[in-house]
Design a protein around this ligand. Structure first.
Ligand code: GRF
Length: 204
């Protein structure tokens, strides 16, 4: 049985979707670890509800990013994690984490990349007057939302209610993340990727 880790900083609805899909067998894996950089976040309570091991840490209590990432890597190794799924993890992965798990880290982003990178993608797209929004799942590298794209889904919306738009985008994220993770773990249609990443992906 493959093992997934989910990294999140806030609500954790994508964690919940992945955990439920594992519980129901839609993904042939289990969520072995949640990593959260905000100990008070809702995702920590969700992890407890699913009895998922959770490493919640305060970055300020570490001397450096390299130090807390080294601790994360130790925990990923101990849990035997095959694939890391970022889901609202509001930190950039540094060299320590990428050095150990690069090619096995994916992220979900609430826009059709490469448009609207960054932390306020939905608001930025809305303010721009976009008519077709969407969701992207991509490999994580040392750029912000810049790694190679794995899957995307469009969300057409021409209304003027950003709350409604956010609901539509989140409702699109959950099934897309489940389908994509299942495909990655079961070696579905090969993803186009660079050689180095493909080499690392063989470990998934
Ligand atoms: C999602 O919109 C995801 O695309 C973005 O952060 C949000 C996380 O939502 N990266 P949740 O915490 O999974 O509910």
């Amino acid at each position: 049985m493959k093992r997934i880790a989910v990294f999140a900083s806030g609500n954790g609805s994508n964690y919940e979707a992945l955990a439920c899909a594992c519980d129901e067998g839609a993904i042939p894996a289990r969520v072995a670890l949640v990593v959260c950089d905000r100990p008070g976040a809702r995702v920590v309570r969700r992890a407890a509800d699913h009895a998922t091991e959770c490493f919640a840490f305060d970055p300020k209590s570490y001397a450096s990013k390299a130090d807390y990432e080294a601790e994360i890597v130790r925990r990923l190794d101990a849990a035997g994690v095959d694939l890391v799924c970022l889901a609202g993890y509001m930190r950039i992965c540094g060299p320590t984490l990428l050095g150990a798990y690069g090619g096995r880290i994916v992220n979900i982003h609430p826009a059709l990349l490469p448009a609207f990178k960054g932390a306020h993608a939905i608001r930025d797209a809305f303010d721009y007057g976009v008519k077709v929004y969407g969701v992207t799942i991509h490999y994580v590298d040392d750029t912000i939302d810049g790694g190679r794209i794995i899957s995307q889904r469009a969300v057409p919306y021409e209304g003027d209610d950003i709350d409604e738009l956010e609901r539509l985008i989140h409702a699109t994220e959950h099934p897309l993340y489940v389908e994509t993770v299942r495909r990655l773990l079961t070696g579905g249609p090969a993803e186009r990727n660079n050689d180095e990443t493909n080499e690392k992906r063989e470990k998934i």
